[in-house]
Design a protein around this ligand. Structure first.
Ligand code: NAG
Ligand code: NAG
Length: 245
């Protein structure tokens, strides 16, 4: 019977327990007015006056201190994305006109000659001469002595092609004046073959370039015939060494 009573009227149980003598204030009897929004006291026991202790920090604060030393700089941040390209610049002013060229000056030099006749070299040095002209600008190549005469100083490219004679030696040089520059050589063989040599030379005015044969103990010869040109000698200016060439 008592258990049921407790379960049914639990809120009233508080009232059944005799409260301790509460701390009383003179204003405790004042009930809040109806509709004021304040919670009405559920019992004397709940209405304990609040005592808030707070410290006024303003009083505790000391004078403002001196400014501290500047700290060490922090690490550099990551590189940002590239910015967009700027607007196109304005067009520049026109450049000055160059110096007038010399119309009389020779700017080019080139030759290409061939030989249709075979040749057995003599007992001594011998210039290889040619009988066929493919190109001979301003006759810089002398067909009578077989020598190119430099009239435009600069860097030249030269090339010689010959056909060997079977069972005979082939022994010739590309000459710069009286100095050998590059050799074309083939031992005697039962098979005749094409042979070639190329060289670049720095030439001054009046320098000569030519092909020289030399007979030693063995027969020295180059082959050609009337039907085909087996022997050619070619040269041309790559870059003139004087301004304007
Ligand atoms: C704290 O103290 C300062 C200085 O005495 C006063 O001006 C201020 O009004 C106080 N603040 C409070 C919340 O009492
Ligand atoms: C080549 O010979 C020509 C004519 O003799 C001469 O003028 C020139 O200086 C010579 N060149 C060299 C590099 O010896």
């Amino acid at each position: 019977m008592l258990g049921v009573l407790i379960l049914v009227s639990l809120p009233s149980l508080v009232a059944l327990v005799p409260p301790p003598v509460p701390c009383r204030h003179c204003c405790d009897h004042l009930e809040p007015e109806e509709g004021s929004g304040a919670q009405p006291p559920t019992g004397r026991f709940n209405h304990v006056p609040e005592v808030r202790t707070y410290i006024n920090m303003t009083i505790l604060k000391g004078d403002k201190g001196e400014r501290g030393d500047r700290g060490t700089p922090g690490k550099a941040g990551q590189e940002g994305p590239p910015g967009s390209s700027g607007p196109m610049g304005s067009k520049g002013t026109k450049g000055q006109a160059g110096l007038p060229g010399d119309p009389c000056k020779v700017h080019y030099s080139a030759f290409s000659v061939g030989r249709r006749k075979s040749l057995h070299s003599l007992e001594s040095y011998q210039a290889l001469v040619f009988d066929t002209v493919f190109v001979n600008l301003d006759d810089h190549f002398n067909m009578f002595n077989g020598k190119f005469l430099c009239q435009v100083p600069g860097i030249y490219f030269f090339n010689v092609n010959i056909h060997t004679w079977n069972f005979k030696e082939t022994y010739l040089h590309i000459m710069h004046n009286e100095t050998e520059q590059a050799i074309v050589y083939a031992q005697p063989s039962d098979r005749s073959i094409m042979q070639s040599q190329s060289v670049m030379l720095q030439l001054e005015l009046k320098d000569e370039v030519w092909v020289r044969l030399y007979k030693r103990e063995r027969e020295n010869a180059v082959y050609s015939d009337d039907v085909d040109v087996y022997i050619t000698f070619n040269g041309y200016l790559i870059k003139g060494s004087i301004e304007g060439n």
